[in-house]
Design a protein around this ligand. Structure first.
Ligand SMILES: [Zn+2]
Length: 325
C-alpha cells in the first residue's frame, strides 16, 4: 500500500502502543484478581507447578502421563473460571484484549495486511478518523422514522413520506447485510434536510464495523482529490486517487454542490465507471434527480447511475427544522 514511510511508521507505532496498553491493562487486572481471590492465585501457581513437575518427570523418565496432566490442568482451569465468576468478574476478564481479534492487533494476518490496517491507512489518508465519532451518533440504532410524516403523500406514488422512508431504511439494512454477496450501488436523492447524509453514515458505520473498507468523501473533497492528483502527483496524492477505485464502498456525499467543469466530469465518470467494471459498490447522495444530474454532468454519468444504481428518493419535511423544535 502506497503510504509514505512516515505514515506507515506512524500506523505501526499506533498498533504497538495499543498492544502495550492492552498488556498493561491485563497485568493490572491480574493483580487485582490475585489480590481479591487468593485462592485463584494459589491455583494459578499450582498449574505452573504441575506443568513443571510433568516436564521434570519426562526428563528423569518418571511416570506422570500427559493425559493426567491435561486432566488436572483442565479441572484447575475450570476452578479458576468458577472463582472468577463467583467474585463477580466477567468471564473474559483475564483473556487477552484485542481491538481487532482477527489480527490480534498486529495489523497483519500471516503476511497480508488485515482489514483494520487497510482501513486505518484509508482513515489516515482521507483524514476521516473523525467519522468514527459521527458514527457513534448517526447509526441504524438511532435512525428514527418518526421524522417522516405519515400525512405527507407523494402524489405520483400515493405513498407517505413515512412509508417511503421505511422502505428505504429496510433497503439500506439489506444492502449492509447482503453486502458480501450482492454488493450493489445506491443513488440516494432528495431535498436538503431529508436525512440522506444520516442514512449514508448509518451504512458506512455498519460496513466499517464489519471490516469493509469505506471511503467517505463529499463531492467537494472528491474534486480536491482529482485536482491534487493532477497538480502535485506526489505518492500520497496518487494513492489517495487510486484508492477511490478499490475501497469496498465509496460514498460520495452531496453530489452537485461542487464546482463542475469538463475536468471534474471526466474524472467523476472514470471513478463511477471503473468501480462498476470492478464490481465495487458506490453510494452517491445528491439533491439532484437523475434528470438534473444529466443536465449538470453528462448523459454518460446519468445513465450509468440510472441503469446500475438503485435510485432511492427521500422526501418529507425538513428534519433539521423538526429536530430544532
Ligand atoms: Zn486487524
Amino acid at each position: 500500500m502506497a503510504l509514505t514511510n512516515a505514515q506507515y511508521d506512524a500506523l505501526q507505532r499506533r498498533y504497538e502502543e495499543r498492544r502495550l496498553l492492552h498488556a498493561e491493562i491485563l497485568r493490572d487486572r491480574k493483580e487485582e484478581v490475585f489480590e481479591k481471590i487468593p485462592e485463584y492465585a494459589r491455583i494459578d501457581r499450582q498449574i505452573s507447578a504441575e506443568s513443571m513437575q510433568y516436564f521434570n518427570s519426562r526428563i528423569s523418565g518418571g511416570s506422570v502421563s500427559k493425559d493426567d496432566l491435561h486432566q488436572k490442568i483442565a479441572s484447575l482451569t475450570q476452578k479458576k473460571a468458577d472463582l472468577l465468576k463467583e467474585a463477580g468478574f466477567p468471564s473474559d476478564y483475564l483473556e487477552p484484549i484485542y481491538d481487532c481479534p482477527d489480527c490480534k492487533d498486529t495489523g497483519y494476518i500471516e503476511d497480508r495486511q488485515c482489514h483494520c490496517f487497510r482501513q486505518a491507512a484509508i482513515d489516515l489518508l482521507y483524514y476521516q478518523t473523525h467519522l468514527r465519532d459521527i458514527f457513534q451518533q448517526e447509526n441504524f440504532e438511532n435512525f428514527s422514522l418518526d421524522y417522516y410524516s405519515k400525512d405527507k403523500i407523494d402524489p405520483a406514488t400515493k405513498e407517505s413520506s413515512h412509508e417511503n422512508a421505511k422502505y428505504i431504511l429496510t433497503y439500506a439494512h439489506n444492502f449492509v447485510n447482503n453486502f458480501e454477496s450482492d454488493g450493489g450501488n445506491i443513488f440516494l436523492y432528495g431535498d436538503t434536510g431529508m436525512g440522506k447524509t444520516y442514512l449514508s453514515n448509518c451504512i458506512a458505520g455498519a460496513l466499517l464495523s464489519r471490516g469493509y473498507s469505506v471511503i467517505y468523501v463529499t463531492a467537494f473533497e472528491l474534486v480536491d482529490i482529482f485536482e491534487k492528483k493532477m497538480k502535485d502527483r506526489s505518492e500520497a496524492d496518487q494513492f489517495e486517487f487510486d484508492h477511490l477505485f478499490d475501497a469496498d464502498l465509496l460514498i460520495i456525499d452531496d453530489l452537485g454542490t461542487e464546482f463542475v467543469n469538463s475536468f471534474t466530469k471526466s474524472n467523476l465518470f472514470e471513478v463511477i465507471n471503473e468501480r462498476l467494471l470492478h464490481q465495487k459498490s458506490t453510494l452517491i447522495s445528491s439533491n439532484l434527480s437523475i434528470r438534473e444530474i444529466k443536465e449538470l454532468y453528462t448523459e454518460r454519468i446519468a445513465s450509468r447511475i440510472g441503469d446500475r444504481y438503485k435510485v432511492l428518493r427521500l422526501f418529507g419535511d425538513d428534519i433539521r427544522a423538526k429536530k430544532n423544535m
